[in-house]
Design a protein around this ligand. Structure first.
Ligand code: ADP
Length: 517
């Protein structure tokens, strides 16, 4: 049950950590920041922690402003003078296909890196994160030779057309909850467009991105096109958002930091920004729903990662987490009973154990943040239906936690918690459900569970959120545009929408005939 961490779970093939330096201009290098004297080979480093135990996995190079400068120089040179933006889209696509093949080939090792670094379930990584990463590369590889502008019908004897050009040097700042999928969500469309780039992974999860840099080089991506600089947000991340020679920042993370990034962009070179930020997504369950299905969808929203036959979880560490569940009064009591049974039987434990359904939270900060929200919930008068506690002595494990008797103004309903904490609320009418669902500053996703098509249609059009899941949840794919309304940000990931976010439109106009215009 959810009461204990599996004590004797086997540790399966923890990967050897091969790459810990910065990847700049096609080579693994130490950080220049922190060099004590010129002959030292020791740049600055920081420790990455295993969330299962709280112990150090390894030290990795810590990039700071000077390292970002070097990476930007490499990317700028590769953009201004290199082959990548100049080769045909078809050729870029071929190289990206090769890259995808290499990712597939190393699936087990890569899933293990994310498991040890982020506490993600190994089983889920092999089934979902790594294959989806490779497939995202393939999706955009296929689009790379289909980038074209339009012919313009002009009012005079003129001929006009648009050219779609890569935006230039891109900075990708990514969070820790999907170290692999988000790496490729950002990098793939930018590569297809012909951009060059610097990726700054989250400081909690520096490892898999370095492995991807190595595979990119093996695949034939030219030096300088894809640079990976690990480091802290306030240092390396801030150096990117305020850099004068980065043309675009694509950011995924908290709403709070998104605002800081946008401000830095505005105050430096007005670089283009796209922000995929926080959420507090509602799941609305109507009376006509099958209660068991509804329970599974609600748990999927907060805990699982994918509607698979073996439910596995994400610890609520998803920006789209369905953390507010509204259940219509007719089935409310039945729903509460059933969800409690399932949540109480949830197996929380070592992410390397294939039976486990939920791993640890990513780090001590998140762990403590989630626990303090649980305390706020209790303080504000909500009732604990399940969970509410940490598990075990070591590591960052938290019980699946469900609150009832929740009111709209409690912080557990308003704030993004980013943990396995669900608020259950009751509603009477469709109008009430819509109003409550929209009563948030966020607008990332929403779920609707009903058999009534009219209800589903009406609610989908009334919710102000970027993605609506009807009778499912968390169905995310490379070809489905993904991104927020309101304070969940702007600029879509995935789909051809995301490709266009790495392209600039240039209009070209010339007289049609040799006549004066
Ligand atoms: P989370 O709450 O998911 O950890 P954050 O928004 O804190 O999300 O972090 C997401 C990414 O943003 C990480 O790569 C982090 O290092 C980076 N980051 C944090 N602070 C800043 C900042 N001031 N400027 C730029 N990037 C930052």
């Amino acid at each position: 049950g959810s009461g204990s961490v599996e004590k004797h779970s086997v540790i399966y093939d923890i990967p050897e950590i091969k790459f810990t330096k910065l990847f700049i201009n096609g080579s693994f290098v130490d950080a220049v920041s922190g060099f004590l004297f010129p002959f030292s080979s020791l740049g600055k480093t920081f420790e990455t922690i295993d969330p299962r135990t709280g112990e150090v996995i390894v030290s990795v190079a810590e990039g700071d402003k000077e390292d970002i400068d070097l990476a930007v120089k490499a990317a700028r040179n590769a953009f201004d003078h290199g082959k990548w933006p100049r080769m045909s889209g078809f050729e870029r696509g071929q190289i990206m296909m090769k890259f995808a093949e290499l990712v597939d080939k190393h699936t087990d090792e890569l899933a293990a890196l994310d498991a040890i670094d982020a506490g993600k379930l190994l089983s889920l990584g092999k089934m979902l994160d790594i294959p989806q990463s490779a497939n995202t590369l393939r999706y955009y590889a296929g689009a790379a030779d289909k980038i074209h502008g339009e012919t313009l019908k002009m009012s005079r004897e003129l001929f006009g057309y648009t050219l779609l050009e890569p935006v230039g040097v891109v900075g990708h700042i990514i969070p820790w909850n999907f170290p692999s999928i988000l790496f490729f969500t950002k990098v793939s469309p930018a590569l297809a467009a012909g951009c060059t780039m610097i990726v700054k992974p989250a400081e909690q999860t520096p490892l898999s991105a370095l492995y991807y840099a190595h595979l990119a080089k093996l695949a034939g991506i030219p030096d300088g096109v894809l640079n990976v600089v690990n480091g802290f947000g306030e240092k390396a991340g801030a150096a990117m958002s305020s850099h004068m020679d980065i043309d675009k920042i694509s950011f995924t993370g908290s709403t709070e930091v998104g605002r800081v990034v946008m401000k830095a962009a505005a105050e430096s070179n007005l670089k283009v920004v796209s922000l995929e930020l926080g959420g507090k997504s509602p799941v609305i369950i109507f009376d006509d729903a099958d209660v068991d299905t509804a329970v599974d969808i609600a748990l999927l929203g907060i805990l699982f990662n994918k509607a698979s036959t073996v439910p596995r979880t994400l610890n609520g560490e998803a920006c789209v987490a369905g953390s507010r569940v509204y259940v219509q009064e007719g089935i409310y009591d039945q729903f509460v009973k059933k969800i409690a049974v399932k949540a109480n039987n949830w197996l929380v434990g070592d992410p390397f154990d294939p039976r486990v359904q939920q791993g640890p939270q990513v780090d001590k900060n998140q762990f403590e943040k989630v626990l303090s929200y649980i305390e706020y919930g209790k303080r504000d008068g909500a009732t604990l239906l399940t969970g509410g506690k940490a598990i075990g002595e070591k590591g960052y494990y938290i019980q699946p936690t469900i609150f009832t008797d929740v009111t709209e103004n409690m912080s557990i309903v308003k704030d993004e918690i980013f943990g396995p904490v669900l608020s259950l609320m009751k509603f009477k009418t469709i109008e009430e459900a819509i109003e409550k669902a929209n009563n948030t500053k966020y607008g990332l996703a929403a779920g609707i569970v009903t058999k009534d098509l009219n209800v589903a249609n009406r609610v989908s059009r009334s919710i102000r959120a970027g993605i609506i899941w009807i009778n499912c949840y968390l169905a995310i794919d490379s070809d489905v545009p993904f991104g927020g309304y309101k304070m969940s940000g702007f600029g879509k990931d995935n789909g051809l929408e995301a490709l266009h976010k790495y392209l600039n439109v240039k209009s070209v106009v010339t007289p049609l005939y040799n006549s004066p215009w």
